[in-house]
Structure formats: structure tokens, C-alpha cells
Ligand binder design. Structure first.
Ligand code: 5GP
Length: 116
């Protein structure tokens, strides 16, 4: 079985985080090391370590990540100008925390997608 990460403690409110949204499927909180004026992580409440581990039964929660991202972008006032949603997978993808998370990044113009 996959090992829980620091994100489990955030979901369960065992450690502090700036949680901006939570429901029965997902939790969203501000990244501790923001790379833009708005940088929120949206994660499933259940542990899915990487994109490679997503199953058909996870389609509801994966869809919820997008509808929550859209809602937060609107609330944060960045929907009209635009923003970026990123999900890193495994070491070559730059994944550091093995509990999948969608990065919602915005509040400034972002350059071309980073491929280096
Ligand atoms: P990854 O590189 O895995 O796609 O992104 C992990 C993200 O989680 C990083 O942007 C990092 O700053 C953020 N992060 C790691 N630990 C914590 C934490 O304890 N609290 C919060 N709020 N963000 C964290």
C-alpha cells in the first residue's frame, strides 16, 4: 500500500495550512512556496500517489479537481486574465509529494510552458 504524505496531515487538519476549499472529495490550500501571486494546490482527499495510479473509479474526484480549480480561480479574481493548471508525475515530471495535486498558478503572466 502507498505511504501517506504530509498532505494527509493537511487534509485531516493535523498541521496548519491555508485551506481555501474542502469538501468530501477534495481539499485545496495555498502552496507553502508560491511561484506566483496565486498558487493553490487542489488534491483528492483519498491518496492517489501519481497520475499513473488513477483508476476509472477516480474519474469523479479527478473531475472535481477541475471544477474546484475553476471556482477558486474565479474567487481569487484570476479567471478572466487566465492561469495555469499543472500536475507533475514522478521524478522526470518534477513530482516531490506523492499524493497527486493540481497546481493552480496565476496572478501574473506566465511564460511558455516549462519543458526544461
Ligand atoms: P510537486 O513538485 O510535487 O508537483 O509539488 C509539491 C508542492 O507542494 C510544492 O510546490 C511545495 O511547495 C508544496 N508543499 C510541500 N510541502 C508543503 C506543505 O507542508 N504545505 C504546503 N502548503 N505546501 C507544501
Amino acid at each position: 500500500m502507498a505511504e501517506e504524505t504530509i498532505f494527509r496531515k493537511i487534509i485531516d487538519k493535523e498541521i496548519p495550512a491555508d485551506v481555501v476549499y474542502q469538501d468530501e472529495l477534495v481539499t485545496a490550500f495555498r502552496d507553502i512556496n508560491p511561484r506566483a501571486p496565486i498558487h493553490v494546490l487542489i488534491i483528492p482527499n483519498k491518496l492517489i500517489p501519481t497520475v499513473n495510479d488513477i483508476e476509472a473509479e477516480d474519474e469523479l474526484v479527478m473531475g472535481r479537481l477541475f471544477t474546484v480549480a475553476k471556482k477558486i480561480a474565479k474567487e481569487e479574481g484570476i479567471a478572466q486574465d487566465g492561469y495555469r493548471l499543472i500536475m507533475n508525475c514522478n521524478s522526470y515530471g518534477g513530482q516531490e509529494v506523492y499524493h497527486i495535486h493540481m497546481h493552480l498558478v496565476g496572478g501574473r503572466a506566465l511564460g511558455p510552458i516549462l519543458l526544461s
